[in-house]
Design a protein around this ligand. Structure first.
Ligand SMILES: Nc1ncnc2c1ncn2[C@@H]1O[C@H](COP(=O)(O)OP(=O)(O)O)[C@@H](O)[C@H]1O
Ligand SMILES: [Mg+2]
Length: 473
């Protein structure tokens, strides 16, 4: 997997290198452009100054004959060995012609004697090899004679071009160095920055079913990773809790089925020890059947709980009349209630939204407990009403106070109180777990409390039926 995935550090370093390349490149280009402009402007002003200088020389100092006698004088005044200076009478051949590259003179409009040479008089040109040139032409008066000559001057920007090409080279080298340096630094910095991630991975790798207690250090993680570390720890908490429950559950399950299986084996062995009569065999089989039914019931209940735990149970909900439901349950348990001299008192109204079968099962499980664990000869109170949050059913019976920590454990799988354990055949300790699972499936909840005036109360709270579509009853 590692081979395919591109490293985050490499990715970040590359991104930074691209950014730096763009930024440095842009700055370099801008500076190059500015330098180019500055050099050109300076060259232009120099060219203009030179022409003006020649104009005043011609006017103040020299006659044409004197100039013709010293052609080299003007050559030394030029800016570049390639520069051009041409003096001529209008329309005739030049009397001074410094033009080392023998360039053809472009058509130029000549600045008249009366006007100063300005930037607007300059012409842009190119030497055949591509180097830029600036041309200018101006008239000059010789002394006071009134004779006018044309000065044509040109500057070849060879030096400027050389400076610029060196400059360009430097820009490229700078960009290259910046990119390489950024790559190296960004990679180093990011690798260091990602260290906590690697530490976290190391910690996570230590976790196994036997070592579930390891946790990531949230406080020491960088801000960006704290959320991840916290979620990871929360996930571990849930896993650890679930794992512990699973261990407890399998231990309880083994414990629970061991007794009936032991009884089955014992009775069968005893029966097989001697030749028995048919009624004796029948007796053993009947007793065995009872144990087997008990085992089957446990298996069914465990299967139900397992499915509920996995959220595999699909539930169709419908509207249920609370009063009618409680009456039906009371009627069903009238027989066993009578045996203990217990009567029901139903006080209910409104509707609730739930799965009919599961709702009946949950209420029955609570009511059968109430009947079984209530003091003989008392009343079991069944109340129910609809309210803004949904509906609420409270089953109460008179009985001894239950300690607070025991109250919470009543809903644990296989938990049984002392009274339940003594009459072991009926009780398996799964009844309230199933109630809880059913209430969870309905997004509701169940709770138990003891009131100060001696009631043990179980409250089933059903939410409004808005979450899932309601099938009309
Ligand atoms: N109404 C009640 N009054 C007193 N104790 C109760 C009541 N309902 C449940 N319990 C206690 O909770 C335990 C768990 O109940 P349950 O899960 O239904 O298992 P079971 O009824 O099979 O023992 C019971 O063994 C009993 O000790
Ligand atoms: Mg029960």
């Amino acid at each position: 997997m590692k081979g395919h995935a591109r490293s985050l550090a490499v990715r970040i370093a590359l991104s930074f290198a691209v950014i730096v390349c763009a930024v440095v490149g842009m700055v370099g280009a801008a500076l190059y452009h500015a330098t180019n402009r500055a050099l050109s402007t300076r060259a232009d002003y120099q060219l203009i100054a030179r022409v003006e200088h020649f104009r005043s020389l011609l006017h103040d100092l020299y006659t044409i004959t004197e100039i013709e006698a010293r052609p080299r004088l003007f050559e030394t005044m030029l800016g570049d060995s390639q520069d051009v200076i041409v003096f001529r009478r209008p329309g005739s051949t030049p009397f001074i012609n410094v033009n080392p590259a023998h360039m053809a003179l472009p058509p130029l409009s000549v600045v008249p004697v009366a006007r100063r040479v300005g930037l607007d008089a300059l012409y842009e040109g190119k030497r055949p090899d591509g180097v830029r040139m600036r041309w200018v032409a101006a008239q000059a008066r010789i002394g006071n004679s009134g004779e006018v000559v044309e000065i044509i001057a040109a500057h070849v920007m060879t030096q400027e071009a050389r400076v610029l090409s060196v400059y360009l080279m430097r820009v490229w080298i700078t960009v290259l160095c910046a990119v390489l340096l950024t790559l190296a630094l960004a990679y180093w910095v990011t690798s260091r920055g990602l260290m906590p991630l690697r530490l976290m991975a190391g910690k996570a790798a230590e976790i196994s079913p036997n070592r579930m207690s390891t946790r990531l250090e949230v406080a020491r993680a960088p801000a960006e990773l704290q959320g991840l570390a916290a979620s990871f720890n929360a996930m571990l908490d849930r896993l650890e809790h679930g794992y512990a429950r699973l261990l407890q559950f399998s231990a309880d399950l083994a414990h629970e089925v061991r007794t009936p299986i032991g009884v089955l084996i014992g009775e069968t062995q005893v029966a097989l020890a001697h030749e028995r009569s048919a009624p004796e065999y029948r007796g053993v089989l009947e007793s065995n059947l009872e144990e087997l039914e008990r085992l089957a019931r446990i298996a069914r209940n465990i299967l139900f709980l397992a499915q509920a735990d996995h959220g595999q149970k699909h539930i169709d909900r419908e509207r249920i009349d609370i009063r009618r439901e409680l009456d039906a349950v009371a009627e069903y348990f009238e027989g066993i209630a009578d045996e203990r001299g217990i009567t029901f008192e139903v006080e209910a109204g409104g509707e609730l939204v739930a799965n009919a079968i599961m709702c009946r099962r949950a209420i029955s499980n609570v009511v059968v407990n109430a009947v079984r664990y209530a003091q003989a000869g008392t009343v079991v109170r069944m109340r129910g009403h609809e309210d803004a949050d949904g509906a609420c059913i409270v089953i109460g019976n008179r009985g001894p106070r239950i300690a607070r920590d025991e109250l919470a454990r009543l809903f644990d799988r296989f938990y049984r109180g002392d009274a339940a354990r003594s009459e072991s055949t009926e009780s398996s300790g799964l009844g309230l777990s199933i109630v809880q699972a059913i209430m969870r499936l309905h997004d509701g909840r169940v709770s138990a409390q003891c009131t100060p005036d001696g009631w043990v109360e179980f409250t089933l709270r059903f939410p409004c039926g808005v979450q899932s579509p309601v099938v009309p009853a």
